[in-house]
Design a protein around this ligand. Sequence first.
Ligand code: SAM
Length: 453
Amino acid sequence: MRDVRHEPRRVFIETWGCQMNELDSQRMVGQLMQQGVLPTKDPKEADLILLNSCSVREKAVHKVYSRLGEYRLLRKERAELLIGLCGCVAQQEGEAALERVPDLDFVLGPGRVGELAQVVARRRAGERVVATGFPPERAYDIDAVARQGEYKGMVTIIEGCNKSCTFCIVPQTRGPESSRPLADVLREVRHLLDYGFAEIELLGQTVNHWREPGGEADFADLLDAVATLPGLQRLRFVTSYPRDFTPRMVEQIGRHANICPYLHLPVQSGSDPVLRRMGRGYSRAQYVDLVAQLRRARPDLALSTDLIVGFPGETEEDFEQTLELVRQARFAATYAFKYSPRPGTAAPRLDGAVPAEVADERLQRLFALQEGIQHEINQGLVGQELEVIVTGWGKQPGMQTGRTSCHRVVHFHAGSEPAALGSTMHVEVEAGFPYSLAGRRLGASAAGSPGSP
Ligand code: SAM
């Protein structure tokens, strides 16, 4: 029998997946830090290891068990090491994870992140805990978040998902939708602005489906209320669901200069029959019309999207429709994935499985098309002066990196006086590559000025 009473001093956390998982990891580390457990970047130094997993695509479960196996080997050096499985695979597997890995210490789903400190305490008292499911009241302490990075603070405004896209496991792993009250959101954003973040990112699986619990206000009202908070330089939000956009939301995006001219708007496919089988609830024409409305409101808008290729029944003609949409929409970035069947979803029961090699070949054609488009768009920015928030150091010595308000990465020479991380600079773009820009540093902006394109 392992002795599990040891009090952890160092936590190592590995995070897979989306921004919501990133924020969940910050919340888990924050709770532990309040108890004197400090983070480490080296798993060998840790006496508590958390694997914050993602289950959007296949092999996730397999990958989780193989990583847990690697971590268990560290017990040869450190017998007291506690290991917890967190995130969406934790929710999906639950009790089965404890059965499959006899010395796994606990399982903590995304709906129970706020209970990590108690779960560790229960484990130290001898219980192997499975904390999954979605309690109606979820603990969320804004003081117990180990904020990372110099410039961007993330705020969850809506948890879970009520959509029923036939390919997606998220409604099972993150539970039903639950919006946070506006007053809580504003309090957390003010807290982050006081802390010094220049940029706020609002998070939700369907972020624009936010509604005031028991009230009338919707995401348009929330955008207005957040964007007008003093000192907010850049406001982003992710992920928007096309069908949930309203004209009032589009209007707010046009009205507030500090709402970034960048939007992630997953379309998934350019073919109506495929969109119908995916259960997305919009047509290609409706998506294209929404993009036109958004671009009228913000002509400088950079759009990114998610695409799935090889969805059951996708014909060559359907796929051509996707390519055509990509040519037409000129996305600044696309995140394209091969369809992967997920347990408990409806799509695996659909006819017309697409052979893996066909899906692979389609994905490569899509990547090649999009890379060319991105290269052209980025080359078109050469000569422009852009405002960037300095986000880090480049791989080459003497280089720094920043992000434009359109979310593009810019590399520039630090010069003799490197810019502080989180500060705002102007750069003149000198070269455009498919995935980044290179620029010449011009000078610092006045603090608090709104982002330029
Ligand atoms: N809630 C967002 C929405 O529906 O637009 C995104 C949710 S998901 C975390 C992020 C992306 O993963 C999706 O937009 C989709 O492109 C991709 N994805 C989800 N399930 C998938 C599956 N079964 N196979 C391949 N890609 C998938």
